[in-house]
Unconditional design. Structure first.
Length: 369
């Protein structure tokens, strides 16, 4: 699991006499799905180290994903969320504001001497964050030793670790983060069946308000009528499910009494949503919405169907009925395996037919979280 040229975590922690309440920094900067799949280690750490300080550094656009796990008077989760803006900064490298914010971020990283840093992204920029952070004597800086299939990885990042963790080449995103965590603390690797991953507090999920917008049908009581969210868009065209398949599925769902909602994230995606919606009775293209609003949208949906993209994974981690469609990415990497209300269809270069998707939509709707 560990590179031969690196000391073991237990040796480092023993020499440093790491306290029972260590100060821990989680380094997972982006993107949407990656941040979501890193959430379970917060619960894993809290279970074993209830008094630890747990901080997380993340891109500013994804801070909202972490806020529901923020420590409160009645809940122990993430103690401090440190926002960064690498994506924005690199576009304005010579701006005074950029450098002012960079120095402010460095000051936050230097405010605490961390005992353990878990870098689960494997990129040079996230490894550099570890280098900037203040660390206790002989602190453990654990990160990935090798690339995994279909995931970004930059080998130079290993230069900034005290412990490089070798993980299987085919490794689910959640298991990969847990692998790094367990190695850093010299714990036995967690079994996904014995300890299914946890994401958001259930009290947070049930208290999410409905998202009401123009065109959405409502009951006599003013609540949203049953609807299905279809996330057809993704950053890579090869991961998309064919438009004509979405139309066929939408017609089936419409006949079952559901209103089909087709969100979008760009002007091009909005045109595709409009094209699909025009062929499905009652379907609508909603206005643009924020990540915070996306929580409410999927939390109150009767069902979410989507391709391998962050918003589909959001529905899955909320424990809602979800069908994840894989067309040009491996299922094993991000599939939702923690709830019977999640179905995964298709696989790398295997586009699932409409009848298979229709079949599993009926299955997941009768399952309980």
């Amino acid at each position: 699991m560990i590179s031969q040229h690196q000391a073991t975590a237990s040796e480092l922690m023993q020499s440093a006499q790491v306290p029972q309440a260590p100060k821990i920094l989680l380094v997972k900067l982006s993107s949407l799905g990656d941040v979501l799949h890193n959430l379970p280690i917060v619960w894993d750490l809290r279970k074993r180290l209830p008094d630890a300080q747990i901080d997380w550094i993340v891109e500013e656009g994804y801070v909202h994903l972490l806020e529901p796990l923020k420590t409160t008077a009645t809940f122990k989760g993430i103690d401090r969320i440190i926002p960064v803006a690498f994506r924005r900064w690199r576009k304005n490298l010579f701006s005074f504001r950029t450098w002012r914010e960079l120095f402010a971020m460095r000051k936050l990283l230097q405010a605490t001497a961390y005992d353990v840093l878990l870098e689960t992204q494997g990129l040079l920029k996230s490894a550099l964050v570890c280098a900037l952070a203040k660390k206790s004597n002989n602190a453990v800086v654990a990160g990935l030793d090798n690339a995994t299939e279909h995931s970004g990885y930059e080998p130079m990042a290993r230069m900034f670790y005290t412990e490089s963790v070798h993980v299987p080449v085919k490794c689910h995103a959640i298991d990969r983060s847990r692998w790094v965590m367990c190695s850093a603390f010299d714990w036995p690797l967690l079994n996904r069946n014995d300890e299914p991953p946890r994401f958001y507090p259930q009290v947070f999920v049930v208290q999410l308000p409905p998202l009401l917008f123009e065109g959405l049908k409502k009951t006599d009581q003013g609540a949203p009528a049953p609807y299905v969210v279809c996330f057809h868009s993704t950053a890579r065209a090869a991961k998309r499910w064919p438009n004509e398949y979405w139309v066929e599925l939408g017609k089936v769902l419409s006949n079952q009494g559901y209103q089909v909602i087709l969100p979008w994230g760009s002007e091009a995606e909005m045109k595709v949503s409009a094209l699909i919606a025009s062929q499905i009775p009652g379907a609508i293209v909603p206005r643009a919405f924020s990540i915070e609003e996306a929580y409410s949208l999927v939390a109150h949906a009767a069902l979410t169907v989507g391709v391998d993209t962050g918003l589909t994974h959001l529905s899955a981690v909320l424990g809602k009925p979800t069908v994840e469609i894989y067309c040009d990415s491996p299922r094993w990497k991000t599939e939702g395996y923690w709830s019977r209300a999640i179905a995964n269809v298709g696989d790398m270069k295997i586009i699932p037919p409409v009848d298979e998707v229709v079949s599993v939509t009926q299955l997941v709707q009768v399952q309980k979280f």
